[in-house]
Design a protein around this ligand. Structure first.
Ligand code: PHE
Ligand code: ZN
Length: 872
């Protein structure tokens, strides 16, 4: 365990490295229990006279030499965090040679060199490379890499590293070696290797610039067929980046490896992406539609990093969102271009509002560019990724596609091969477009979600209509200054026609306005009746819009609006208002609650009856705002009351619409049989959304029908979830049969475990405790921990917030035991307590009591830092 009281690292303290590494040659003698790493580093001193300090953790130093001369013990100092070489003093350049031993099989943190099944793999972002060899482990040190892998051929027939393969040799004695070369200046967090028995699917293509490229997707074992879909996704991503951003691939080979044991989603290592197997392996027998969509999007994300992250990398970890926010924006656009733009926006905003807004309002809130951190692993958050992407999207809205593209071209041209800052990004866009957009940087500096209060008034005698928009700072950052907010809006007249643009005191942007001040006034004149306003169309800005609206108006937006996102949003707002009112929260402008619920119900009825509406859109509308969204909307959250209000409303709506739900469920059966085309997926999504409601009122009849009739994993999971969540007759038998059929398939096993852990009932905690005590439990596998414990902590408010505090105690105990195995996984579980400051007093007290034992335990830096930010 690391020290708990290390001082924070501060953005303001940034200094360029005194020593830089220009060339690296690594030789690995690979073996699972103990591997030997020989490193030859060409170093350059940029600050004459400064000591050479290298990072290194858990490395056994076997040999060290400077410029070919072995060093005596007094010529260097070695401690738990690294190495200082005194002997270099005064030199402008030198060559350092070290030999170290590491222990891959004992590495349960999954950072550095580790084993997953029969494979040897690496994970280096953010600071894992220092667990492989001594190095200046920071992203602004970029070197050229030569990597030689040596291993026993029988155990490690495939030897992969970053870059292009330049040689392969048999070493006799049953061993072989492969040599790889990466000519692009690359920081060490993008280093990777993978070795072991692997099979691949492969495709040779020609890049838009004429380069011959081999695309490979590898998996442990001898059956690579489940990698086919991912291989297709790699090619789609590559082609999309060529056409939409003009970016070509820059090596002769692009390798992707699927790993069963992987802490995060995937990693963009140069030329050798390593993925959590759940974002690679898929076929219709074992993967759901959501899995396929997730794979395409994550494959795209990692591929896009090759430019946004790798060719242009980060000056320091404070700039993390420079690569992550930008790359999420790029992967969102990829999915929107390939599938449905409206549906993609709905999905992304749902996640943003439910989870990122909550994060940004909770105890762990932090700016997109934090001012300080203790453990950078704690900053791979929704704020860095999703809010970061929203800021890039605002820039895109402000500039329009053509100017944004010019700004991106300039950014890549000016910073290629360099480590950049967010300032560099906005400077490039400003220079390329002549529009000074550096004011967007303010979005990175403060936490919290800004609020936009909208006041509307109509003077029927003059026909003048006014909207006053007032930006208020986030509740948790009361002193924050107003931020630039792009606004897209529309007004509809009584006939449902859009009105022309208003007179205003804001700045124009392509199809919208840029609000820069605390208050803006928009005016329309000569109207014969009060219009219907729709604000923040397309969710152009990540803000909380406060515009009290009676239910009839929200329902009318669903009818007249052309922006699909805004229609969905109007219905979500209406449902949110009803849910809050049912949980006894005050709701401005709602009026009578029963009438409001009727308006919601009528709107849902109309959508269910509309066979011309896009089925996937209707499905999105059936999904009520989730618990996190409700908890985020209130000042003090009573978890039990919110869970109950949501359960009651879905039951009431299911009861009223039972016949319509059944009709759509039945009618979509044929279309739902299709493969992975968007129409078949849309049919399944509506069918299964209908089933979730139907099963609350039909005793599980429809779910049993689907269980017997299921033609794909998507259908099987929908049926199983419905059966288990309402505990219908046949549920236990279905679960047993499913578990037995897929006992050898870890990813499918994770699916049924997550279904059990998310049953919306307090008793689901008992089931989860049984799972953790049973044969499926595997604490060294992050996917398994997430499926069981993470699902309960993050996706099951009924059990996590159980009245007796047992949910809190269970998760806190898991944090403590997981911390000794994988601190990153443990820290993420602890994040389930981020909303604590706004829970009701009894919930808060129970949670604090549950966390108390952690406060006196020896903890990793990851967990210690987060615990320090939670109220004590
Ligand atoms: N950089 C990875 C991504 O977002 C995420 C990651 C971070 C993976 C840290 C591993 C470790 O694409
Ligand atoms: Zn990323």
């Amino acid at each position: 365990m690391t020290d708990q009281v290390s001082p924070p690292i501060r953005l303001l303290d940034y200094r360029p490295p005194a020593w830089t590494i220009t060339d690296v040659a690594l030789v690995f003698e690979l073996e699972r229990e103990s591997s030997v790493v020989e490193a030859t580093l060409a170093l350059r001193c940029d600050e004459p006279g400064s000591a050479l300090r290298l990072d290194g953790e858990e490395l056994e130093l076997l040999a060290i030499a400077l410029d070919g001369r072995p060093l005596a013990a007094e010529e260097f100092a070695h401690d738990a965090t690294g190495l200082v070489v005194h002997a270099t003093r005064g030199a402008a350049a030198c060559t350092l040679h070290t030999v170290v031993r590491v222990k891959p099989a004992a590495n349960t943190r999954l950072e550095g060199l580790y084993t997953s099944g029969s494979l040897l793999l690496t994970q280096c972002e953010a600071e894992g490379f220092r667990r492989i060899t001594f190095f200046v482990d920071r992203p602004d040190v970029q070197a050229r890499w030569r990597t030689t892998l040596r291993a026993e051929r029988a155990r490690y027939p495939v030897l992969l590293a970053g870059g292009d393969r330049v040689a392969e040799r048999d070493l006799g004695d049953g061993r072989h070696e492969a040599e790889w070369h990466n000519p692009h200046p690359t920081p060490c967090y993008l280093f990777a290797l993978a070795a072991g028995p692997m099979a691949r699917v492969s495709k040779a293509i020609t890049g838009a610039d004429g380069r011959a490229i081999e695309l490979n997707v590898w998996v442990e074992g001898d059956d690579a067929e489940p990698c086919r879909y991912a291989l297709g996704a790699v090619e789609r991503a590559l082609r999309w980046d060529e056409s939409r951003f003009g970016r070509c691939y820059d090596l002769g080979v692009f390798n992707v490896v699927a790993a069963q044991d992987f802490t995060m989603g995937a990693m963009e290592n140069k030329g050798l992406n390593i993925f959590n197997a759940r974002y690679i392996l898929a076929d219709e027998r074992t993967a759901t539609d959501a899995d396929f969509m997730g794979i395409e999007s994550v494959v795209g994300h990692e591929y896009f990093h090759n430019w946004s992250g790798n060719r242009v990398t980060l000056r320091d970890w404070f700039q993390l969102s420079l690569k992550e926010g930008l790359t999420v924006f790029r992967d969102q656009e990829f999915t929107a271009d390939l599938h449905s733009r409206d549906l993609k926006r709905i999905d992304d905003v749902r996640l943003l509002r439910a989870r990122q807004f909550a994060e940004d309002a909770g105890a762990l809130a932090h700016p997109v560019r934090p001012a300080e951190y203790r453990e950078i692993n704690n900053f791979y958050t929704l704020t860095i990724y999703e809010k970061g992407a929203e800021i890039v999207r605002m820039l895109h809205s402000r500039l329009g596609e053509a100017a944004f593209r010019a700004g991106m071209d300039r950014y890549f041209a000016d910073n290629d091969g360099r480590s950049a800052t967010l300032e560099d990004f906005y400077a490039a866009h400003s220079a390329a477009t002549g529009i000074d957009c550096t004011d967007m940087l303010a979005w990175y500096a403060q936490a919290g979600t800004p609020v936009l209060d909208v006041e509307r008034s109509f003077d029927s005698s003059t026909g003048e209509y006014t909207l006053v928009l007032r930006q208020r700072p986030p509740a948790n950052v009361p002193a924050a200054a107003p931020l630039p907010v792009p606004m897209r809006l529309a007004l509809y007249d009584a006939a449902g026609h859009a009105l022309p643009a208003p007179s205003h005191d804001a700045e124009a942007m392509p199809d919208g306005l840029l609000l820069r001040h605390a208050t803006h006034t928009l005016r329309w004149r000569g109207l014969s009746s009060e219009p219907l306003p729709v604000l923040n169309r397309g969710f152009a800005a990540p803000i909380r819009l406060r515009m009290p609206m009676p239910p009839e108006e929200r329902a009318r937006i669903v009818q007249v609006e052309s922006d699909g996102f805004a229609r969905w949003d109007a219905l979500q707002h209406l449902a949110l208002d009803v849910l809050l009112a049912r949980a006894d929260e005050p709701v401005d402008g709602l009026g009578d609650v029963d009438a409001a619920e009727n308006a919601l119900s009528a709107a849902i009825g109309a959508l269910l009856a509309d066979t011309h509406a896009h089925p996937a859109f209707v499905a999105e509308c059936l999904a009520l705002p989730d618990f996190d969204t409700l908890a985020d909307a209130v000042a003090v959250a009573d978890p039990g009351a919110l869970v109950a209000a949501r359960e009651r409303l879905s039951l009431a709506l299911a009861t009223v619409h039972r016949a319509a739900l059944q009709a759509r469920f039945d009618a979509l059966r044929v279309e739902a049989a299709g493969g992975l085309d968007d129409a078949a997926m849309a049919a399944r999504s509506l069918r299964h959304a209908a089933l979730a409601w139907l099963s609350k009122v039909d005793g599980g009849a429809a779910a049993r029908g689907l269980w017997d009739d299921a033609r794909s994993m998507t259908e099987r999971m929908a049926a199983l979830r419905a059966l288990l969540h309402v505990q219908a007759a046949g549920a236990a038998a279905a679960r047993e049969a499913f578990a037995a059929e897929f006992a050898d398939h870890a990813l499918v096993t994770d699916k049924w475990l997550a279904v059990v852990a998310t049953r919306p009932a307090a008793e689901a905690l008992d089931d989860v405790e049984a799972l953790v005590a049973g044969p499926c439990w595997n604490p060294t596998n992050p996917n398994r921990v997430r499926a069981i414990v993470g699902s309960l902590a993050r996706l099951n408010p009924a059990a996590f917030h159980r009245g007796d505090g047992a949910g809190y105690r269970f998760v806190a105990a898991q944090v403590q035991s997981m911390d000794a195995i994988n601190p990153q996984v443990a820290a993420r579980l602890l994040g389930a307590f981020e909303g604590l400051p706004r829970w009701t007093a009894p919930a808060r007290a129970a949670a604090l009591a549950a966390l108390a034992p952690l406060r006196s335990a020896t903890l990793s830096r990851d967990v210690a830092e987060l615990l320090g930010r939670l109220p004590g």
